[in-house]
Design a binder for this molecule. Structure first.
Ligand SMILES: [Zn+2]
Ligand SMILES: [Zn+2]
Length: 337
């Protein structure tokens, strides 16, 4: 048997004893060591994640060690790994185009199927990625950073171009860091002064902008009236998503990384006169995960500074509710198993 923490219904986490997985062909059993806590976990726990079914074992930002492997698997027990939590079908139009991140039948660990808030998790071999010499904490944050890496790759930033990241949560902080890595000049906008100061001091943001009536004017001044080559939205807020259209330069792009349960509208003349490129960005592919690990390895992107809170698996029923509160100041929490 093993311990597992299940979200039985919104607002409730229970510790359960469940059967340990047994080896199957093509599958790997990972002894989970670290779990990053993500907005998705918090929304699912709070009951406001779209298309979510309970009960569900949460947790998709996972690192650990290979415990055992099934028949035909090339990996070996004892290796440190992280898990790519997006299981794709391999047969749909998106998968055929290599866009496994937006597979029509995507199954995300901890969302559509049970995730990693447990001691041992069985995963098909192709989603278990081995690494050497990276600490388990960083590996647990790779998925969160991969979302930002993917959005930045979608945007094809030109070196020296301007980027505005709206929303300085963990996803926004990832976007920011990969935009810097790509050579862009990065502005960050948020309501939270502390977060903005953190982005400037710890993550190298070039300019920080407080949300408010003055923000658009401030951006105009900072860019000599040009506005921003590429705006990324990571707010999860429909009003902010709509306001972002007004911040894009003529010829520029707008990348929506957030997903909200709402319709988004914009002025067509404003959109058209800019010949704006509008992009959605969803999840990440293995290529993005590998880019994140390379950047962490050479130190051009930082994960550990984003980890502000820690706890133990069996304390999650009391810790997760406290981490959901804004006043907790959580940027990234990591759970040790
Ligand atoms: Zn996540
Ligand atoms: Zn597919």
């Amino acid at each position: 048997m093993m311990k597992s923490v299940v979200c039985s219904e919104p607002g409730s986490l229970l510790i359960q004893d469940v059967a340990r997985p047994v080896d199957k062909p093509g599958q790997v059993i990972v002894k989970i060591k670290r779990i990053g806590i993500c907005g998705t976990d918090i929304h699912a726990f709070g009951g406001n994640q779209p298309f979510f079914q309970y009960p569900r074992v949460l947790g998709h930002e996972l690192s650990g060690e290979i415990e055992s492997v099934g028949e035909g698997v090339q990996l070996s027990p004892g290796q440190d790994v992280y898990i790519v939590p997006y299981m794709s079908c391999g047969n749909c139009i998106a998968c055929h185009r290599g866009k496994t991140n937006c597979c029509t039948d995507i199954q995300v660990l901890g969302v559509h199927v049970d995730g990693g808030m447990c001691e041992y998790l069985q995963v098909p071999e192709q989603y278990v990625i081995t690494t050497k010499g990276m600490d388990l904490d960083q590996l647990a944050v790779v998925e969160c950073l991969a979302i930002g890496a993917h959005a930045v790759r979608r945007a094809k930033l030109a070196a020296g171009s301007t980027v505005l990241v709206v929303g300085a949560g963990p996803i926004g902080m990832g976007i920011m860091q990969f935009a810097k890595e790509a050579g862009a000049k990065v502005f960050v906008m948020d309501m939270n002064q502390e977060r903005l100061a953190f982005c400037k001091e710890k993550l190298g943001a070039d300019q920080i902008i407080q949300v408010g009536p003055q923000a658009r004017e401030q951006i105009a001044t900072l860019t000599d009236g040009d506005f921003i080559d590429t705006v990324f939205d990571a707010t999860g807020n429909p009003k902010a998503m709509e306001a972002g259209f007004q911040l894009v330069a003529h010829g520029g792009s707008y990348v929506l990384v957030s997903v909200v349960k709402a319709d988004i509208s914009f002025s067509d003349p404003e959109f058209h006169k800019r010949e704006m490129t509008l992009l959605g960005s969803r999840n990440a592919t293995r290529e993005d995960f590998e880019h994140v690990v390379n950047c962490l390895d050479k130190g051009s992107v930082k994960a550990n500074v984003m980890i502000t809170h820690r706890g133990k698996l069996l304390d999650l029923p009391k810790l997760l509710p406290s981490w959901c509160k804004a006043e907790s100041g959580v940027i990234k929490a990591v759970v040790e198993v």
